[in-house]
Design a binder for this molecule. Structure first.
Ligand code: FAD
Length: 475
């Protein structure tokens, strides 16, 4: 065992960990970044956000090309070369992760390919990929170990017939029939990819809606689109049994009080959520407390219950999103650098990259109801947007949640192609404390989908140009 020393040890090199390591190095600290992969990237770049979006881009192209028939352009049935598609996805991942590797070198960060376990509150044992151990002493540590896919005990984990999101992204085959277990964003995004390249996709969700917790006004557009592309969407339906057999997996479902049904699927994708990656870190030894859901408990400074140890990203709580991890990285590092900063974002945007996309930021209508907050809601349908109609995409909506007294914007939800790009303007507006008049008086370029944000604000005043709703008078 050789002993090394560092100022800041960052455990895990996902979008939280590498952002923290880069900033700490930029602020002049000696940094060691620990992760088993060759380059930084974590789940997001190797087996999450980036490969899934690369494949979703291809599936969107296929769907758009099929729709072009109505405009007098016919491309015919697409020929799918799955090997080429896989290589393209891997090239995207390779380009981005090797770019991060170069940034590690330029910043003179010590990148150690290993797994870390706390020995005590000032040192970790590092086990490299060959099993060789060493010790690293640190002044501060940032735990950024992310999350892992949750499993369902009914499915044997080692069967080729059962995929998690990582295996689905490997794109080894295009199954004739695919059952997606779980109607959350990961299942719907990957289900959309496989449906576009030829699989008959069924989604089973035990709750009454797809994307539980997401505004129903937004989800209904997506549900309609997916109902056309997927073979079936089974809601309120529970899986009761699964048997691996030669030709696939025999699955039994039960929809509420209905009789159980049995079907055989060539492939199953289990996408039932993710759990924090805290196993094997030795956290209990050093007094790091986990909360009831198994996340590392942190305060607004991203400090854990053990002095000098911080936690960020998926391992430190919801929402489990890459940009939330990167935001927390800044908070943790600035605190280590001696600044008194806290995490207090006005809003954390979330995007579902399906077709249409769904994006929201800040307060939702249902959360306002639950919390008893009085709000005014305005909805601008994309059927009234010139840009949306030129794209042949009236299947969208921009929705604002506004405080009726101060006119302050409290939340925004958008469904439609490009919603993920549009939501940033809304998030900036929330961060800047904008009100409906600020948004309405901001000149938006024409014809763009961004105008739907301005027009939704105009609706609040009863003055939208392309939509008629008289101003509501206060009771
Ligand atoms: P991670 O990215 O999970 O990285 C953690 C790293 O720590 C990993 O490299 C892991 O190997 C390493 N590690 C774990 N334990 C140890 C240890 N003991 N020692 C050393 N290293 C360790 N989020 C979005 O915002 N947008 C999206 O579009 C999106 N799409 C997704 C699609 C899929 C299919 C999946 C699975 C996830 C997606 N996510 C998306 C979620 C996103 O990937 C995570 O929120 C994000 O990666 C969390 O970043 P992190 O830094 O907390 O950890």
């Amino acid at each position: 065992m050789t002993d090394k020393k560092t100022q800041v040890a960052v455990i895990g090199a996902g979008p939280g960990g590498y952002a923290a390591a880069f900033l700490a190095a930029d602020l002049g600290m000696a940094v060691t970044l620990i992760d088993p992969e060759q380059n930084p990237g974590g789940v997001c770049l190797y087996r999450g956000c980036i490969p899934s979006k690369a494949l979703l881009h291809v599936s969107r192209l296929i769907t758009e090309a099929a729709g072009a028939d109505a405009w007098g352009v016919s491309f015919g049935k697409p020929k799918i070369d799955i090997g080429k598609m896989r290589r393209w996805k891997s090239d995207v991942v390779g380009a981005l992760t090797s770019g991060l590797g170069r940034l590690v070198t330029q910043r003179k960060i010590d990148h150690v390919r290993a797994t870390a376990e706390f020995l005590d509150d000032r040192s970790v044992t590092l086990t490299d990929n060959e099993g060789k151990k060493s010790t690293l002493k640190f002044e501060h540590a940032i735990v950024a170990t992310g999350s892992r896919a949750s499993k369902i005990p009914m499915f044997p984990p080692d069967s080729d017939r059962i995929w998690n999101s990582q295996k689905a992204l490997d794109l080894k085959t295009v199954p004739k029939t695919l059952l997606v277990v779980g109607g959350g964003y990961i299942g719907l995004e990957l289900g959309s990819v496989y449906a576009a390249i030829g699989s008959k996709v069924t989604v089973v969700e035990k709750l009454p809606h797809l994307l539980t917790g997401v505004d129903r006004d937004l989800v209904r557009f997506l549900h309609k689109g997916l109902a056309e592309r997927f073979e079936s969407i089974l809601l309120n339906t529970t899986l009761t049994e699964a048997k691996i057999q030669k030709n696939g997996v025999k699955v039994t479902f039960r929809e509420q009080d209905e009789k159980p049904q049995t079907r055989v699927f060539q492939q199953i994708l289990v996408a039932v959520g993710r759990r924090p990656a805290t196993d094997g870190l030795g956290l209990s030894k050093i007094g790091v407390t986990l909360n009831g859901e198994g996340f590392i408990q942190i305060d607004a400074h991203c400090r854990t219950t053990a002095g000098g140890i911080y936690a960020i990203g998926d391992v430190a709580g919801h929402p489990m999103l890459a940009h939330k991890a990167a935001y927390e990285a800044r908070i943790a590092v600035e605190n280590i650098a001696g600044k008194e900063v806290i995490a207090d974002p006005a809003a954390i945007p979330a995007v579902v990259f399906t077709d249409p996309e769904i994006a929201w930021t800040g307060l939702t209508e249902s959360a306002a109801k639950e919390k008893g907050i009085t709000v005014e809601v305005t909805r601008f349908p994309w059927a009234a947007s010139g840009r949306a109609v030129t794209l042949g995409r009236s299947d969208g909506l921009t929705k604002l949640i506004i405080d009726p007294d101060s006119e302050r914007l409290l939340g925004v939800g958008i469904v439609g192609p490009g919603a993920g790009e549009l939501i940033s303007e809304a998030t900036l507006a929330l961060e800047m404390g904008a009100n409906a008049t600020d948004v309405a008086l901001t000149i938006h370029p024409h014809p763009t989908l961004s105008e739907t944000f301005k027009e939704a604000a105009d609706i609040f005043h009863g003055t939208a140009t392309h939509y008629y709703r008289p101003k509501r008078t206060k009771k």
